[in-house]
Design a protein around this ligand. Structure first.
Ligand code: NOJ
Length: 743
């Protein structure tokens, strides 16, 4: 992938871009580098280290050129080829354009003709690192083909509450699962000359008051719950950029917070890429630059007033403001140089200079969603689908003599509804344009026709019709959706009456809970399909025959659903988030959410998600890690051996059923009591596929960190000596093998 396409093309592209290169820059380059035959020779040798190339480039830049690199070009958000923003390149220095696009479920925003993949929570639900990497690399390939070289994802904030409107973009409630998923997706994206972006850093776990809320989190909880995914993104995946979030942390905005942007990120984790602001999250010039912000971005042109929707008034990193801060002695010149170096160093390392993008009409209009990419999306959608119930093996549907009648019910099942339910709302929404979402109705109908089954459809707005259609059918598939979206939190655990066709959401024309209740009451062989971004309550559960959660399934949702219903593929997903029984179960203090006096205190500390359910002995509706497949597994022969730094845990898994199937063995550790940790925590998992009767020994390594807690007093990770409980099983509540280990 690292073909160099030559600098002539780059110069041509720069000449063709919508926004021309400012003349001042051309003049600056002429001053600085015109004398040499090849002005870029000192930093364009790909065999040199990225650090050396970055140093050479920064040394050759004029002050104007440096300042140009630190803020967004006009036009901003979505007006530049549907992207989220850009910084114009400097052709005479061979600096390519930096073109940034949303987001985690594919090349989205106002992009067209790209593949929309299942959303972030669905990617985590696959528990499949190879597949996550494949999703990432497919997104990276499409981004590059679209003239984009920074993908603004993945998002990796922890699902602290089920109410966060953006949980669908993130990787669930557990720091280990979120870390693993983030690393895989980032590795995939960055296998192309495209940088990934770890966002939203940090503690941006609610949408209510997101522009202002001041989050208070104790140090240990920060380190153990909310920061590990970012830490892994930096240390294990070498992520090129990190996006600081809108909110305040401990009284200071995240984008001017030295503890976040320099302390953890650079001093502790060794980050050597750039920090980009969320769009409109900057509130100052010198304090932000000193704290560690490198690049300011904004959705709107400078001067648009600050509001809860637009963010700050911007622009704070304009050349004039930054130069004034240097002249006033508020900012050192070395910091300006460092900011530029932070931006160009990962660009060198990940091939952005050697293989520059070419934004413009041609890539914008080109269709980059190939059949291979759609096949990845289809497989991902099935492998992310979590089956929560399957009474008497209703699924998979087996061939029936003379065919069967399937009633498909629900607005979300038809092409219009499904186009809304393809992904959540906000900047990450995949447009699905030109229209090519395969709806559940289309996917099921074509699969049914091949098998001699018949499909009838009712929209579900009339409960009497829904009941009649369900009663008359052999099998019912009722599809409902909710409209999780950036910008708002969910009011409750109901199926919200909205879905998101664009960045905005629209009302759903039907009362979906009544529709499901009518269908499940009328026909016990009803499969309930929930296209949701986060947990929902299920008052109709006892009557349902089967329940599937495909999350927001992307373009291939309908085909993948048909694959799962007919058993072409298994429902391969396991829950990355606990499903509460109802709104009375909440692992946080409801009187404090979403904040008191502008502050949100994370008083529950480490007890997030299943950690709270386990510590309080509360039984959720469905536990973290849970999900059924089409076969059964047995576990035996647990062996736990200490290793130099940690331990090796192995056990035998056997497919005890009659179908080939996938299993996700999960390893939870219980620290000695005096460590003061939650009762058990995920520290290892894998996913493997076994034939009927096949056994395999699985071996999972635990490193030193698995046995460590954050000591605030000693300001470092410490291993707590004592006896650790080891538990292995198929969910956080179904742990069939237990052992011990002394440390
Ligand atoms: C604001 C969102 O919070 C962020 O996730 C996104 O990348 C930017 N807008 C750009 O669209």
């Amino acid at each position: 992938m690292r073909r160099s396409r030559g600098r002539q093309i780059l110069a041509l592209v720069a000449a063709l871009t919508v926004v021309g290169t400012p003349t001042a820059l051309v003049a600056g380059a002429a001053d600085g580098a015109a004398a040499s035959a090849d002005p870029c020779a000192a930093w364009m040798d790909p065999s040199d280290s990225a650090a050396r190339r970055a140093d050479a480039l920064v040394a050759a830049m004029t002050q104007d050129q440096k300042l140009h690199m630190l803020t967004f070009g006009d036009p901003p958000w979505f007006a530049y080829w549907g992207t989220a923003g850009h910084v114009d390149g400097i052709p005479e220095l061979c600096i390519p354009d930096l073109v940034l696009s949303d987001a985690g479920s594919g090349v989205a925003g106002l992009q067209i003709a790209t593949t929309v993949f299942p959303s972030g929570v669905a990617q985590a639900a696959t528990w499949d690192r190879g597949l996550q990497r494949r999703i990432g690399s497919t997104i990276g390939a499409e981004a590059f083909a679209k003239g984009i070289n920074v993908m603004l994802g993945p998002g990796m904030n922890i699902a602290r509450t089920p109410y966060n409107g953006r949980n669908f973009e993130y990787f669930g409630e557990d720091p280990y699962l979120a870390s693993r998923t983030a690393v895989s997706v980032i590795e995939g994206i960055q296998s192309h000359p495209v940088l990934a972006d770890a966002k939203h850093y940090a503690f941006n776990n609610q949408e209510t008051d997101r522009m202002t809320v001041d989050v208070r989190v104790d140090e240990r909880t920060r380190r153990e719950i909310y920061l590990p995914a970012f830490e892994a993104a930096v240390k294990k995946a070498d992520v090129g950029s990190v996006m600081c979030s809108y909110n305040r942390v401990g009284g200071t905005y995240a984008c001017e917070n030295p503890e976040l942007l320099t302390g953890y990120l650079r001093d502790d984790w060794g980050f050597d890429g750039f920090v980009v602001s969320d769009w409109g999250a900057v509130h100052s010039t010198a304090p932000s630059a000193r704290a560690g912000l490198d690049l300011e971005m904004h959705a709107f042109a400078a001067g648009v007033p600050a509001t809860p929707v637009t963010g700050s008034a911007g622009r704070y990193f304009g050349a004039d403001q930054l130069q004034a801060a240097v002249d006033d002695g508020q900012l050192r010149q070395a910091r300006i140089d460092g900011m530029v170096r932070n931006i160009v160093r990962p660009m060198f390392e990940h091939g952005l200079f050697d293989d520059p993008v070419s934004p413009g009409a041609e890539p914008f209009l080109s269709d980059v969603s190939t059949p291979e990419h759609l096949a990845v999306a289809r497989r991902a959608a099935a492998d992310a689908t979590v089956m929560l119930k399957n009474r008497d093996r209703l699924l998979p549907l087996r061939p029936v003599e003379g065919g069967r009648t399937i009633a498909v019910i629900g607005w979300a099942a038809n092409p219009v509804g499904a186009a809304n339910a393809v992904s959540g709302g906000g900047s990450s929404h995949g447009s699905g344009l030109p229209p090519r979402v395969v709806s559940p109705l289309e996917g099921i109908t074509s699969a049914a026709l091949e098998r001699g089954d018949r499909v009838v459809y009712v929209e579900g707005s009339n409960v009497v019709d829904a009941r009649a259609a369900a009663a008359a059918a052999d099998v019912v598939v009722v599809v409902a959706t909710d409209g999780s979206s950036e910008g708002t939190d969910r009011a409750d655990l109901g199926l919200r009456p909205a879905a998101c066709l664009t960045v905005f959401c629209q009302a759903i024309p039907i009362e979906q809970e009544d529709m499901i209740a009518a269908a499940t009451a009328a026909n016990p062989d009803t499969v309930v399909v929930l296209d949701v971004g986060a947990p929902v309550r299920m008052p109709w559960l006892p009557d349902a025959g089967a329940v599937l959660v495909p999350w927001y399934g992307g373009l291939q949702h309908g085909n993948a659903l048909a694959d799962v219903l007919y058993g072409v593929r298994e429902p391969g997903g396991r829950l990355p988030q606990t499903f509460p029984v109802d709104e009375a179960q909440h692992p946080f203090k409801p009187e404090e959410y979403p904040g008191v006096g502008g502050k949100e205190s994370y008083d529950e500390g480490l007890l997030v998600g299943y950690r709270w359910y386990d510590a309080t002995g509360t039984r959720p509706l469905f536990p973290f890690g849970y999900g059924l497949g089409y076969t059964t597994f047995g576990f035996r022969d647990l062996a736990v051996r200490p290793t130099a730094g940690g331990a090796r845990v192995s056990f035998v898994v056997r497919n005890t059923g009659r179908r080939t199937g996938a299993v996700v063995p999960q390893l939870y550790l219980s620290a000695p009591k005096r460590a003061g940790e939650p009762p058990r925590q995920l520290k290892g998992f894998t996913k493997l596929t076994l034939k009927p009767g096949e056994s395999r020994r699985v071996s999972l390594a635990l490193d030193r960190r698995a046995f460590s807690v954050w000591s605030t007093r000693r300001d470092r990770w410490v291993v707590v000596p004592g006896t650790y409980g080891v538990a292995v099983g198929t969910s956080s509540r179904d742990l069939v093998l237990r052992g011990r280990l002394a440390r």
